[in-house]
Design a protein around this ligand. Structure first.
Ligand SMILES: Nc1nc2c(ncn2[C@@H]2O[C@H](COP(=O)(O)OP(=O)(O)OP(=O)(O)O)[C@@H](O)[C@H]2O)c(=O)[nH]1
Length: 356
C-alpha cells in the first residue's frame, strides 16, 4: 500500500494499545487527562494573548523568523498553534489527537525546523500555558496536579513529534542511499561497458578492424596448442600486397588506406568465426585457419584474389601458406616466419601468386 493511502498513525503503526502504553510510561491516566477539559473555557479566553506572546518570542529568534518567512505563513501558524493549545484541553487523546501530533513532526522536518528550535518553542508555550493556569487556579494541590498533567501531556506529544521527525529523516537517508546506489550501478555499468570496448579496441587494428599482431600471436598460440592436442589441421597464411608503395605514391595515402580497408572488410565477411584474420603490419596480413587443410585454404585465398583484382585490377597479392606440423614443437613465431618466406617466394612471380 502506498504511503499516501495511509494516515500517519497507520504508517507509524500506532494503535490504541500503543497509545495507552505511551500514556502509562508517562504515568498519564485517562482520569487525570479527562480533568483537563475543565480548563478549556479558561484557555480559550486567554488564547489570543498566549498566541501573541508566543510568536512575539519566537520571531525574536533570527533562525525562527527566517523559517517562518512571511506574514501569511505566520497567520497560518498562529491558527495551527491556537488549535494545538485548545486540543491540549480537549479531554480526548486518541487516534485523531495522535495523528495531528505525528503530522507536526513530519511538517517540522519538512520545513527544516531543528529539534533545538522545536524544543525551545515547546518550553515557551508550556510556560505561557502554565502562567495562565497559575493566575487562575488558586488551590495549590490542584494547580500542581494540573501543571504536572500538562507537562506529561506535552512530553507525550513530543515523543510523537520526534517519532515522525526521525522517520522522515530516515526516509530521506534511505532515498539518498537508493539514489546513490542507482547512480553507482549506472556508473559501474558504464565503466564495464567502456572497459569492454577499450579491451576490444586494444585487440584490433584501427584501420582494418582485423586483429592486431599482438592479439593474433596470443590467439595463434592457443589455436596451435589446441590443433596439436586434437590432431586437427591448422594452416597459416601470410600475404602481402605487391608494390603497394606505388599506390600511396601515385594515388595518395587515402587510396592506400581504402585498399587495406577492402581487405579487412573482405576477410571479416568471408572467414569463419574461428579464423584469426590479422593485419600483421603495413600491407602484410596473416590468416590462421583452424581445422582447415591446405587445399581448402588455397581455395579461400584464390577467392580473395578474384574479389581483390575485380576491385583493383592493377594490384596483386602474394601468398605463402603452410600447414602447422602437429607432431613437432615448432613455435608460432617460427611458423609465421616460414609462411612469410613462402610469401617472398610467391612475390617473385608476376601477378597474384600462392606458394605452399
Ligand atoms: N596507405 C597506407 N599505407 C601504409 C600503411 N602502412 C604502411 N603503408 C605503406 O605500405 C608501403 C609498404 O611498402 P613496402 O614494404 O615497400 O611494400 P611494397 O611497396 O608492397 O613492396 P613489395 O612488398 O616488395 O611488393 C609503404 O609505402 C608504407 O608507407 C597504412 O596504414 N596506410
Amino acid at each position: 500500500m502506498r504511503r499516501t493511502e495511509q494516515t500517519l498513525v497507520e504508517q507509524m503503526q500506532i494503535n490504541d494499545v500503543e497509545i495507552q502504553h505511551r500514556m502509562n510510561l508517562l504515568g498519564l491516566s485517562s482520569q487525570c487527562l479527562a480533568s483537563l477539559i475543565n480548563y478549556k473555557p479558561l484557555i480559550e479566553s486567554a488564547i489570543e494573548k498566549m498566541v501573541d506572546e508566543f510568536y512575539k518570542k519566537q520571531t525574536e529568534v533570527d533562525e525562527i523568523s527566517l523559517l517562518i518567512g512571511d506574514a501569511d505563513t505566520l497567520t497560518r501558524l498562529r491558527d495551527a498553534q491556537r488549535q494545538y493549545i485548545i486540543d491540549l484541553f480537549c479531554g480526548c487523546y486518541e487516534n485523531d489527537y495522535v495523528n495531528n501530533r505525528l503530522r507536526i513532526g513530519m511538517v517540522h522536518k519538512r520545513i527544516g525546523v531543528e529539534p533545538k528550535l522545536y524544543l525551545s518553542a515547546v518550553c515557551t508555550l508550556k510556560e505561557l500555558i502554565f502562567d495562565v493556569l497559575r493566575n487562575t487556579i488558586k488551590d495549590h494541590a490542584e494547580l500542581n496536579q494540573t501543571l504536572t498533567i500538562i507537562d506529561k501531556l506535552i512530553y507525550f506529544d513530543t515523543t510523537l513529534v520526534f517519532d515522525t521527525y526521525i522517520a522522515s529523516l530516515v526516509g530521506e537517508i534511505e532515498n539518498a542511499k537508493r539514489r546513490t546506489e542507482v547512480y553507482a550501478k549506472g556508473l559501474e555499468e558504464k565503466v564495464a561497458q567502456r572497459t569492454h570496448e577499450l579491451e576490444k579496441l586494444a585487440k584490433l587494428d584501427p584501420l582494418t578492424n582485423l586483429y592486431n599482431r599482438r592479439e593474433m600471436q596470443e590467439l595463434f598460440q592457443r589455436e596451435l596448442a589446441r590443433a596439436r592436442r586434437q590432431k586437427l589441421p591448422l594452416t597459416i597464411v601470410y600475404f602481402d600486397l605487391d608494390n603497394f608503395k606505388s599506390v600511396n605514391d601515385t594515388q595518395g595515402h587515402l587510396k592506400g588506406d581504402e585498399v587495406l580497408k577492402f581487405i579487412g572488410k573482405y576477410l571479416k565477411k568471408n572467414t569463419r568465426e574461428i579464423d584469426i584474420a590479422c593485419r600483421y603490419g603495413g600491407d602484410e596480413f596473416c590468416l590462421i585457419m583452424p581445422d582447415c587443410d591446405v587445399e581448402n585454404t588455397i581455395a579461400i585465398c584464390n577467392k580473395l584474389i578474384v574479389a581483390f583484382e575485380a576491385k583493383y585490377p592493377a594490384l596483386h597479392l602474394s601468398f605463402g601458406i603452410i600447414s602447422a606440423p602437429l607432431d613437432s614443437t615448432v613455435g608460432a613465431e617460427e611458423l609465421i616466419n616460414r609462411a612469410d618466406r613462402k610469401m617472398y617466394e610467391a612475390k617473385k612471380h608476376q601477378g597474384s601468386h600462392i606458394i605452399h
